[in-house]
Design a protein around this ligand. Structure first.
Ligand code: AMP
Length: 168
């Protein structure tokens, strides 16, 4: 498969454009995080759901309950949340000892509300249809949540710098 950097339609709220209206496709995670058919784990801080269009046999999204549109919107005092999301991923992964997972963020997410991908490395799914799908999890477009560029974070400005450097 090709490994060129993919282009992607970005959600309005992840750019400088106006935030998307309620009901816009990019707001779909806000509905799905309350869908009992998709919820795998939930606590007072986050919810883990099954990705509605999984790109591998196991594909989960870890979504905080507080409103944070994306990584760039994360405030310094919220950066510990990323660590917590990561920890909850590991907890869930321990239920699948036979599965190899990767954990990370899309550099330019299409869906609003911060979400961490937890995805098995088989990429065996009928929803994995395009080169862009593959690239989004197998190029620098996919930002490992465990990388030193994301954790530990000192403030949102340093996060933006890290993201920009990693994506360039
Ligand atoms: P991204 O915004 O690029 O990080 O990825 C968004 C992810 O959300 C993709 O893996 C989609 O398959 C998934 N997705 C899109 N719409 C929904 C939805 N309504 N509920 C759950 N997952 C969704």
């Amino acid at each position: 498969m090709a490994t060129s950097t993919p282009t992607k339609r970005a959600a309005p709220s992840s750019t400088s454009q106006r935030p998307a209206k309620k009901g816009h496709w990019s707001q779909g995670l806000l509905e799905s995080m309350n869908d009992p058919n998709l919820i795998v784990e939930s606590d007072e801080r986050l919810v883990i759901i099954k990705d509605k269009y999984p790109k591998a046999r196991y594909h989960f999204l870890v979504i905080p309950k507080i409103n944070v549109p994306n990584l760039k919107a994360l405030k310094r005092e919220q950066s510990e949340l990323l660590r917590y999301m990561q920890d909850q991923c590991h907890l869930l992964a321990s239920k699948y000892p036979h599965v190899e997972f990767r954990y990370g963020y899309h550099a330019i997410p299409s869906m609003s509300q911060l979400h961490l991908h937890m995805i098995s490395q088989d990429f065996d799914s009928p929803c994995l249809k395009t080169k862009r799908h593959w690239n989004s999890f197998n190029t620098k477009y996919f930002l490992d949540s465990e990388g030193s560029a994301l954790l530990p974070l000192s403030n949102s400005r340093s996060l933006c710098t890290c993201l920009n450097k990693r994506f360039m």
